[in-house]
Ligand binder design. Sequence first.
Ligand code: GDP
Length: 365
Amino acid sequence: GFRCGIVGLPNVGKSTLFNALTETQAAQAANYPFCTIEPNVGQVGVPDPRLDEIARIAGSAKIVPTQLAFVDIAGLVKGASKGEGLGNQFLGNIREVDAIVHVLRCFEDDDIQHVANKVDPLADAEVVETELLMADLESLEKRVPAAAKRATTGDKESKLIASVLGQALELLREGKPARLTQPQDDEEARVFAQAQLLTAKPILYVCNVAEEDAATGNDLSAKVFAKAEAEGAQAVVVSAAIESEIVAMAPEDRTDFLNELGLEESGLARVIRAGYELLGLKTFFTAGPKEARAWTFPNGAKAPQAAGEIHTDFERGFIRAETIAYDDYVALGGEGPAREAGKLRQEGKEYVVKDGDVMLFKFNV
Ligand code: GDP
């Protein structure tokens, strides 16, 4: 599955956010730096109003959302890229995730110690980014010349690596993330992805604000949004403190509480969805009286690959997919009426699955 890694300096609210996300107390929030050491992984349901609508129409007894994993990655210290403290472990954990959720402290609270003794999310962001950049720089300073040397023997792969990672190295030397590298074709994109550079991963900034700023954001979060915009990254405003209150409430009380605060939905829902979009993930649905279920597929996947998300047998024995677009499913009132209206399509192996498709797979065992 796909994984988002939650990173940030100590005491910015990572564990509070992670706990609320997973509704567990697995990672202990504590008011001192460097408290969490082992990364914690939580599977989180992706909220999707379309799934509720499909379940209502299909009369499904059970609703199963698709899942996204969040990893609480603690242990960042200045000098991590030099292998200080838990630095190596921290960078290794980041290498394994598909996207980075970077939590920035945008709340004032004299009782909560800040590692640099002032609340400055842009300066905090730079500390983390510098460590990632240094780690990439150090690795490419070795790998690029080595590949260039092998390329002189006529090795094509090495030539490709030297060229693509050479571009990335130039960017890093200018203090820019490797994300800005532009592979020219699929082969270059493959080599670039295989390099697993830390600064190539997509980023979502989470501005952790005080309760009273949850609906509007504040001056600090505005600065983070400007930064995200300039970098082509994403940002959301969340109050981790509110989120941890919400998850402790009975579900029927949550909407009123959110409305009182001027919020339409929980910040967590926005974080999860933004993470999902950041990864370019799409959703298809299966629906029946037993259950309505959402499934994740990567953008561009064909029908057999999507079938494989449910079961490998579905992919191996794939015959065809009966498919209804979400809008047709809802407008016509479900599978039966959609079939009668000619809106249930028979799709084969080459069909590129679309976000929102309601699907039924036919397969050989
Ligand atoms: P981490 O080190 O980044 O994982 O930070 P924690 O989640 O452990 O939070 C550190 C401290 O800040 C804890 O005492 C939290 O209760 C507190 N905290 C987290 N988020 C907020 C917030 O939005 N507002 C306030 N006032 N305190 C918060």
